[in-house]
Design a protein around this ligand. Structure first.
Ligand SMILES: Cc1ncc(COP(=O)(O)O)c(C=O)c1O
Length: 386
């Protein structure tokens, strides 16, 4: 059997199978560095668990089971010192459907849902999908390049109709792992305004900075937990996004009832193989995850070194995630480029366009790939910016 566990330098031919990331540029010499999945095989412990379940042969409807809930309860305690009860868990087929359900569950037609931009694009569409009104404020970049909150703009974007605060932590695309004092300030705003918090923490297993730790906002204290829907999934960390499996942690019984009611009839069960993979990943995937994080940390350094001397872009290296956020506005302005994505594709590299994140002039670079591929992609990016 091919060794895939932690063999991060190995290039797996993704063109051999259908897949969004690589199919987009089929027939063209473009290295895909856009959608947030990695070009690594999933951990062998996860593949083995799926294989063992398939060997049983019967794939009937299946709800979550006690040892699966137990794997999450144990992982929350192990990783964050957060004591979670099994009954707080709600299993879902994905994060995007989960935060759409949150919008639908909280408030009434026309009520406000706040989010800070730039942001993972489905955040921007979720309120309108559910007849809520999007209220947004931009994060700001400090002189040292670190992105942080603009508290005045955040409060100014809200009004009496605001019911929900949609948080992304660690943040896609700016890569921040928010500090306790920032999360406490958000929690304070939400308590004062009586808002529910929906916290997308899908990237929490991918903290790259040594000495930095992810803190679930709900783990601050019980009163914050009581107004919070925490969303997590194994999909980014263990690179299994197409297995469609995520979970919400909702400690408050009333809030959990509202959430479940909003799911009824429209959100299917999580995929059985996703549930199997999730238990294996949280129980046995820690060693692989640590090696992945070390590999991604080195990739991040390579991105930093490679793009540092280019005067017409400014690169934000993430504290977590495998996504770098490139401010290409000076470059676009000097050279009169209106379609940056097309420009990079013409130079053989496919990046995500910041426009869909609410940030025209920015591009997002996915460095979750074997280093030889990353080196090639970075050379092409440098050529494109020459
Ligand atoms: C912040 C964030 N939330 C959610 C998702 C997608 O989650 P799912 O595929 O489970 O809907 C992504 C994928 O890139 C993401 O970055």
């Amino acid at each position: 059997m091919a060794e895939s566990t932690g063999d991060f330098d190995r290039i797996v031919d993704r063109r051999a199978v259908p897949g969004e990331k690589w199919s987009r540029f089929e027939g063209r010499d473009v290295i895909p560095m856009w959608v947030a999945d990695m070009d690594f095989a999933a951990p062998e412990v996860v593949i083995d668990a799926i294989r063992a379940r398939l060997d049983h042969g019967v794939l009937g409807y299946t709800d979550a089971w006690p040892s699966l809930d137990g794997a999450i309860v144990d992982a929350m305690d192990r990783d964050y010192g957060w004591r979670v009860e099994p009954r707080w868990l709600v299993w879902l087929p994905g994060m995007v459907s989960a935060f759409n359900v949150a919008c639908r569950a909280i408030g009434d037609d026309g009520d406000g849902v706040f989010t800070a931009t730039p942001i993972y694009p489905p955040f921007l569409g979720a309120p309108a999908n559910n007849r809520r009104q999007l209220q947004q404020a931009a994060l700001r970049q400090r002189a040292d390049q670190r992105w942080t909150w603009d508290w005045d703009a955040t409060e100014a974007a809200m009004d009496d109709s605001t019911r929900l605060f949609m948080l992304c932590n660690p943040h896609n695309p700016v890569g921040r792992v928010f500090e306790r004092h920032e999360l406490e300030r958000i929690a304070g705003i939400c308590e004062r305004r009586d808002l529910v918090i929906c916290s997308d923490e899908i990237h929490c297993g991918l903290v790259l900075d040594e000495g930095r730790r992810h803190l679930p906002i709900a783990a601050i204290d019980e009163s914050i937990a009581a107004r919070t829907i925490t969303l997590m999934a194994p999909s980014k960390t263990w690179n299994i996004p197409s297995l469609y499996c995520a979970f919400a942690i909702i400690p408050d019984d009333g809030l959990r009832r509202l959430f479940r009611r909003a799911m009824r009839g429209i959100v299917p069960h999580a995929n059985l193989l996703g549930l199997i993979a999730t238990e294996a990943a949280y129980r046995h995937g820690e060693e692989w995850r640590r090696r992945l994080v070390a590999y991604l940390r080195a990739n991040r350094s390579l991105v930093g070194e490679s793009l540092a001397d280019l005067p017409e872009i400014r690169t934000t290296l993430p504290e977590a995630t495998y996504l770098a956020w490139l401010d290409c506005r000076p470059f676009a302005q000097v050279h009169g480029i209106t379609d940056l994505a097309a420009h990079f594709e013409a130079h053989g590299v496919g990046l995500s366009d910041g426009r869909s994140f609410g940030a025209p002039g920015f591009m997002r670079l996915n460095f979750g790939c074997p280093r030889p591929l990353l080196e090639q992609g970075l050379t092409r990016i440098r050529d494109a910016l020459r």
